[in-house]
Design a protein around this ligand. Structure first.
Ligand SMILES: Nc1ncnc2c1ncn2[C@@H]1O[C@H](COP(=O)(O)OP(=O)(O)O)[C@@H](O)[C@H]1O
Ligand SMILES: O=P(O)(O)O[C@H]1O[C@H](CO)[C@@H](O[C@H]2O[C@H](CO)[C@@H](O)[C@H](O)[C@H]2O)[C@H](O)[C@H]1O
Length: 444
């Protein structure tokens, strides 16, 4: 290997086979037909080589930009697995450096420490995050969104109004893509003592399932108190987003567009996942009923993909992370003003997921299925209660908005069907069985 261009050629040849094996790759549902470079930035020209690469991945009629950081120093060329090379990215942010078209910046009034090594975190995720010491976490977005990423925009806005339920934004990496200044990385305060909501919730479900005779409120690992506090935190973040970026009311056209978008998504998902077909009539009816929601529907910037894996419990309370929205949704949709009930619906779905994922691949067990439902009902109610308490004077109580909330929940479940089909086919039964339950078209 002689220089950056040879390295890039070698990597490009291997990408069609390598990409589908990466957890963060969002296109596992169809083969990669071609990969072409969109931009190359040489961060180090020798010993070792370090090249920032944005490629366009073609799959049938889909074309999407993905970010890679490649080196000749590790076998698979993925420089994010090399602690020292990862550390160089942090150093560049600390120095407010510009290298070959990439701009590394720390937030004003923030001093970033240099000389730290970075280690990738290994949880289920759509991007690659590197942790430095116990202070910093740097997210490298994998599938790129042209323009500023909403994750950075919303968290900066929340920080400006003093929101207590996010990790402090500390810096960013941007580059030009298709003529637009595009966020490729985001540095944040790392919370080393944090436990994510999914881990806590699934531990609680396991505790309940292990108890033959006790109910959800009687076992040691009851989660309802946390679920209620989490509801309060989410409502507070919604109120903070309103304060920071404003809000509006949806008109009839907006509501019509929302319903049509849900139906369009359903039609597209059922094309690739025929298991969804039996539920289509009931789903369409539920989406149409969203038009009957009484009173005005407030819209604002929201999290957009809220679930238990996006919330961290620290000693000081709950934090929300990852304001990027659904990785599969178009950017115009992700940055539009939307009802905060979508986030409530996302979290309600997640309680359902936490309760039912333990049943995946297990033989049918009526007793366990009853316990899963009991856990989900208790925690969904506690979350909604907490949300309503904190939202009373700002965003509003989600109860009494039944049709809309139900439509959003089902729309999210349809999204999850597509997500699981493309990423974790063995989990497809989780959203499918929820759709069956919510629409009354099945029992499990
Ligand atoms: N500020 C933070 N402090 C501690 N852990 C974090 C922080 N931000 C993210 N994480 C951990 O990293 C994981 C992935 O972060 P996330 O922003 O959800 O990335 P992705 O967009 O790849 O899903 C989270 O599930 C969480 O475990
Ligand atoms: O966290 P991401 O932005 O990567 O979100 C995507 O992946 C999530 C899974 O990691 C997926 O969430 C679904 O599974 C979760 C359990 O793993 C569950 O808590 C969520 O309720 C469920 O939607 C998310 O939909 C997807 O966008």
């Amino acid at each position: 290997m002689t220089g950056p261009h040879d390295l890039v050629d070698k990597v490009l040849a291997e990408l069609p086979a390598w990409l589908p094996a990466q957890r963060w790759f969002g296109g596992k549902d169809r083969p990669v037909s071609a990969v072409r470079p969109l931009r190359t930035g040489v961060l180090s020209a020798a010993d070792p080589l370090l090249v920032h690469l944005v490629v366009e991945v073609a799959q049938a009629d889909r074309r999407e930009p993905y970010q890679l950081l490649v080196t000749d120093r590790v076998d698979n060329y993925d420089a994010t697995t090399d602690p020292e090379l990862a550390g160089r990215l942090l150093d560049l942010i600390a120095e407010n450096a510009s290298v070959d078209g990439l701009v590394f910046e720390h937030e004003p009034d923030v001093r970033v420490q240099t000389g730290l090594r970075g280690r990738p975190i290994t949880s289920e995720q759509s991007n690659t995050s590197l942790v430095f010491g116990s202070q910093y976490i740097l997210k490298l977005f994998r599938k790129l969104t042209l323009g500023e990423n909403p994750d950075l925009v919303l968290q900066r806005a929340l920080h400006r109004v003093g929101c207590e339920h996010i990790a402090q934004p500390l810096g960013s990496i941007t580059g030009s893509l298709d003529g637009q200044t595009t966020t490729v990385g985001m540095l944040q305060q790392f919370l080393p003592d944090a436990v994510d909501g999914w881990a806590m919730a699934t531990t609680s479900v396991r505790d309940l399932m292990a108890e033959g005779d006790l109910h959800a409120d009687e076992v040691g690992g009851d989660f309802a108190g946390e679920a209620q506090r989490l509801g309060q935190a989410v409502a507070t973040v919604h109120a903070d987003l309103q304060r920071a970026l404003g809000s509006a009311y949806a008109d009839d056209e907006d509501i019509d567009r929302t319903v049509r978008a849900m139906v369009t998504r359903l039609d597209s998902v059922v094309e690739s996942v025929p298991e969804l077909a039996p539920y289509v009539p009931a789903l369409r009816e539920a989406f149409e009923q969203a038009r009957d929601t009484p009173g005005e529907i407030a819209v604002q910037h929201i999290h957009g993909d809220l679930h238990l894996g996006q919330v961290l419990r620290t000693v000081h309370g709950w934090l929300l992370i990852d304001f990027e929205g659904e990785p599969g949704a178009p950017i115009a949709e992700r940055t539009a003003l939307r009802s905060p009930l979508r986030d409530v619906a996302g979290m309600l779905r997640s309680f359902d997921y936490a309760a039912h994922q333990l049943l995946v691949g297990q033989p049918e067990d009526h007793q366990l299925a009853v316990r899963a439902l009991e856990w989900a009902r208790r925690n969904r109610a506690a979350f909604t209660e907490g949300y309503a308490e904190a939202a009373a004077s700002s965003v509003g109580d989600p109860r009494g908005r039944g049709h809309l909330l139900r439509a959003f929940e089902l729309d999210k479940a349809v999204y999850e069907v597509a997500y699981e089909y493309a990423n974790r086919p063995e989990w497809l039964t989780v959203p499918l069985s929820s759709i069956a339950r919510i629409t009354g078209e099945g029992t499990r």
